[in-house]
Every structure is written in C-alpha cells, then in structure tokens.
Ligand binder design. Structure first.
Ligand SMILES: Cc1cc2nc3c(=O)[nH]c(=O)nc-3n(C[C@H](O)[C@H](O)[C@H](O)COP(=O)(O)OP(=O)(O)OC[C@H]3O[C@@H](n4cnc5c(N)ncnc54)[C@H](O)[C@@H]3O)c2cc1C
Length: 403
C-alpha cells in the first residue's frame, strides 16, 4: 500500500505499519495501550510521543489530585475506577509500586449563592456511593479550626477516596508495564494524518517517516484539537494555561484537605510546603500559545494570595517559592471528556478534553477505548454520554465542578 501524506507518496523505506497507532504517550495514551493488552489485543501498537521526557505534558505539570466530587455520575464512576486501581496498586503493578497517595479529601466550599449547586452535586455523589459529608459553617470550623468560614454557607468534604498523589510515579507505572507488553515506543511528532474512503489510513511524522495504521487514537492532550484537524476533523479542545504556585508557611496543617474556595482558588499541602492555583479570569481565559509555560505571577500576588489569607488567616505570612504552568486539555463545549470514535471515521478514536481531571480519569477512559476497539462495546463503564456525537450536535454534557 502506498500512503499519501500531504500529497506526497512516502518512500517505502520510511514506512512502517501498526494495527493501532496512538498519538500521545502520556497518561491517556499509555493507559489506552495498557488496557488494550489487558483486554487481550494481540496486534501491534505504536505509541507515538514527541516529548519523551514529558517535560511539557499536562500529566507531569498537573496538581495530581483525585476526587469524587463531580456534578455528574459518569465522572464520579471514572474516578472511582482509578481509586480501585490505587487500592490494588501492588497486585497490578508489582510490590514496589507506590504513587504516594495522600487520602486527605477535598473540601469544596460554597457561598450562599453556590449552596444549592453544592447540595445537588452532593446528592449525585451520595447516590454513586461517594463518602462526602455536607456540613454547615459551624461544623466546618469545628473540624478545621484554622479555616475562616465567613461568607461560607456550606462545604462538602471527602471522608475517603479523595486526595493527591505523584503524577510522575503514576505515569512511570504504566510506561513500565507497557515495556513488558510489547508496545512500540516511537519518538516523533505526528504532523500529518492520511485518510482514505472515510477511514484513517496512517500517520506521518515530521521526520519524514510514515506509519500505516489500522486504527488511530488521538491521545494528544492539550494538542488534541490540532491533531484532530490533521485528519480534517473538528474537536473543540484547546490548551488553556494554568499556573501552580508553591509557598511555605510557618504553620503546618496536617489535617488539611485540598480546599477549594468559592472563588475557585484551591490550596493543598505538598510535603512540607503548599501548592495553590485556580481563578484564571474567565474574560481573558483563551487558548494558550502552545509554547507559553510562564506562570502568571500577577494572578498569585493580586488574586490568589489575598484570597487565601482571607480564608486561612495563618496564610497572611507566607514565603512564595517556585511556580510552574501547564496546559489544560480544555473542551470549550462542556469541559468534559470526548471518548469514542468519530461517527464518520469509525477507526479514528478520541480520548481528549478532560479539562483538568484527566490524570485521575485516564485509566477508566483508556479502558473504555480499549473495550470499544477490542469488543465493540463498553463493558466496564458506559461512556456513551462522552461520545463525539454530542460535539457534532453542539449539545453540551456539562461538568459543573471544574477546578
Ligand atoms: C496545572 C494543571 C493541574 C491539573 N490538575 C489535575 C488534577 O489535580 N487532577 C487531574 O485528574 N487532572 C489534572 N490536570 C489535568 C490532567 O493533567 C490532564 O487532563 C491529563 O494529564 C491529560 O493527559 P493526556 O495524556 O491526554 O495529555 P498530556 O499529558 O498532555 O499528554 C499528551 C501527550 O501527547 C503528546 N503529543 C501531542 N501532540 C503530539 C503529536 N502531534 N505527535 C506526538 N506526540 C504528541 C505530547 O507531547 C504529550 O506528552 C491538571 C492539568 C494542569 C495543566
């Protein structure tokens, strides 16, 4: 077969083939490859990654936290699947597997204006079996005496199944498992996607090499919209810059959960320091320059720190440390994942647009894609609500709890 990419016929010397080509080898791509093997797929898998040390991937630049506190049941189920993996980590990944899971909960605070949404979300979470306590300001202050509950009408606190972990270790476990499962790691940038007769036929790399493919999966994170466009497909996923700031404080609060202020600002302990972020102004929150990883220091100084000092008076005196910025894989339609094939190109699959919760949802989403490819149906979690059809129809399936 001759593969045409950008109108060029590829020299057969530069041509390889794989039954499944996955574009993007961070947590989502690695998880898809892992579960393809778990589901019994025996064909060849090429996992293509342009940044083999994952210096700029959302996976390694994330805040690495997991929660049950979503507004829709399907998102809770995706995260609960990961929680099951956390509980079973050593059986699945080996005795030395350790991702440093700190099960300290989330505390999501609501003002009077946000109370009914918090209550609605809490009911959804309880129905899914999540152990979340909904408490008023007095109870919250008794539980966390360091918290200023002024202007707080209620808070939802995760009693179990929520917390944070080490994103690098999490990714490394999957990558290591793939080495034993005969997955081809390809270093390169996918710059073209060939399509023929309504099917994806293969990908071209910027090096000039090409890989013929039976199935193509888009796991390109914040770059997923651009990768879809290479196949002539529209996907409303774009990079949105998110800064994370590290600071030291005199007081240590060992009981501190990941706290989310009604303003959207979050803070949590990270070892002996704290990390914080959130509250990017809606009006200026636009697609990021893919090369811009400069933290937004004015956001910290003018918005985040004053808000934190109001909510936790001990944080009036802190010592700011380093900071970093990463890109959310932001779905502009409804801030939710897009999982499944394109209706008009059935062998091109999306696993994109997680909008800030993809690290914790990657295993369930990866398994879902693997089940679809291998069995043709979802077996573990029904992800049809995340399908591309809603994108094509412009009908949002909206998640309200975006942090
Ligand atoms: C600051 C921040 C905080 C976050 N906090 C959390 C959190 O607490 N909990 C949570 O669950 N999620 C969080 N997220 C979101 C989470 O990190 C992402 O949803 C998740 O990592 C997406 O994984 P991915 O593998 O799809 O994307 P990525 O990790 O970005 O990986 C995509 C990979 O594709 C590669 N790629 C892209 N284009 C090409 C191409 N053309 N050719 C070859 N390779 C390509 C890239 O190099 C990249 O390595 C956060 C994100 C950020 C930025």
């Amino acid at each position: 077969m001759k593969l045409f990419l950008s109108g060029e016929i590829v020299d057969p010397e530069n041509m390889a083939a794989a039954d499944i080509v996955i574009i993007g080898g961070a947590i989502v791509g690695s998880s898809i490859a892992y579960f393809l093997r778990e589901e019994g797929f025996r064909g060849s898998i090429a996992l293509i990654e342009q940044d083999p040390h994952f210096t700029f991937s959302a996976t390694t630049l994330s805040a690495a936290s997991i929660r049950q506190q979503f507004s829709i049941a399907q998102n809770i189920r995706l995260s609960q699947f990961t929680l099951g993996l956390f509980r079973d980590l050593k059986t699945r990944f080996g005795e030395d597997a350790d991702i440093g899971f700190r099960e300290k909960g989330y505390l999501i605070l609501a003002s009077a204006a946000g109370r009914s949404v918090l209550e609605h979300n809490h009911a959804v979470q309880r129905a899914e079996g999540a152990a979340i306590a909904l408490e008023g300001p007095e109870a919250l202050h008794r539980r966390f005496p360091w918290l200023n509950t002024e202007n707080i009408a209620a808070g939802a606190y995760g009693l179990e199944g929520e917390g944070w972990f080490d994103a690098h270790a999490w990714l490394a476990l999957f990558r290591r498992a793939l080495k034993e499962r005969k997955v081809d790691f390809v270093t390169g940038t996918v710059s073209t996607i060939a399509a023929m007769n309504g099917r994806a036929a293969g990908v071209g790399l910027s090096s000039g090499e090409a890989i013929e493919a039976g199935t193509v999966v888009n796991a390109a994170g914040p770059n997923a919209g651009r990768v879809a466009a290479l196949a002539g497909l529209a996907l409303p996923v774009e990079p949105r810059k998110r800064s994370v700031f590290v600071f030291e404080a005199r007081d240590r609060f060992d009981d501190m959960p990941l706290l989310v202020d009604p303003s959207g600002i979050y803070v949590r302990p990270e070892g002996s320091v704290y990390i914080t972020g959130g509250a990017e102004p809606h009006a200026t929150d636009k697609a990021a320059d893919p090369k811009d990883f400069e933290p937004d220091w004015p956001l910290f100084e003018e918005v985040i720190w004053p808000t934190l000092a109001g909510r936790i008076p001990a944080f009036e005196a802190i010592r700011p440390g380093r900071a970093w910025a990463g890109h959310y894989d932001y779905n502009t339609l409804d801030q939710n994942a897009v999982i499944g094939p394109h209706p008009d190109m059935r062998n091109f699959f999306f696993c994109n647009g997680f909008s800030g919760h993809g690290l914790q949802q990657a295993p369930a989403a990866g398994r879902a894609i693997a089940e679809l490819i291998v069995h043709g149906v979802y077996r573990t979690i029904d992800c049809s609500a995340f399908g591309y059809e809603r994108i094509a129809e412009g009908k949002p399936f909206r998640e309200l709890n975006i942090i």
